[in-house]
Write a protein that binds this ligand. Structure first.
Ligand SMILES: [Zn+2]
Ligand SMILES: [Zn+2]
Length: 132
């Protein structure tokens, strides 16, 4: 499986005990369907208030960063763009059949948002699963 942005082979890695596929070039990660939920449930990373502020402010600063659509690394179909705006503006790429692509920093931003409250966490998971 190749990185949808760099086209380089993704390498197996683990994040919070979950097997993910990482791109060593852009540090994006591919998560199969259901893996993000597992990561959010594990929530082993506990952000200090300072870290959380940095993560969230980092995302705010990148609001206008360009975000081009990418193709699913598994089926090559152009992925849907999912807007998550609970606390910060995030655009996530999702293939309804295979999973989600997270650009560098996005996984931490999601965790920081999810850690903020259980309600936000559930909301994010529902959105990512395509349920409203
Ligand atoms: Zn890449
Ligand atoms: Zn796909």
């Amino acid at each position: 499986m190749d990185c949808p942005r760099c086209k380089l082979a993704l390498v197996p890695d683990t994040y919070e005990g979950v097997a993910v596929d990482l791109c060593r070039e852009c540090w994006g990660v591919w998560l199969d369907t259901g893996e993000l939920e597992t990561i959010l449930e594990a929530q082993e990373i506990q952000f200090s208030p300072e870290e959380k502020k940095l993560v969230l402010e980092g995302r705010r600063a990148r609001i206008h960063a360009s975000h081009t659509p990418v193709a699913c690394p598994k089926c090559s179909v152009r992925m849907e763009r999912l807007f998550l705006d609970a606390e910060v503006y995030l655009v996530i790429d999702r293939c309804p059949r295979h999973g989600i692509w997270l650009d560098t920093g996005e996984i931490k931003a999601i965790q920081a948002m999810a850690e903020a409250s259980q309600t936000v966490s559930r909301l994010l998971v529902r959105k990512i699963q395509g349920r409203t």
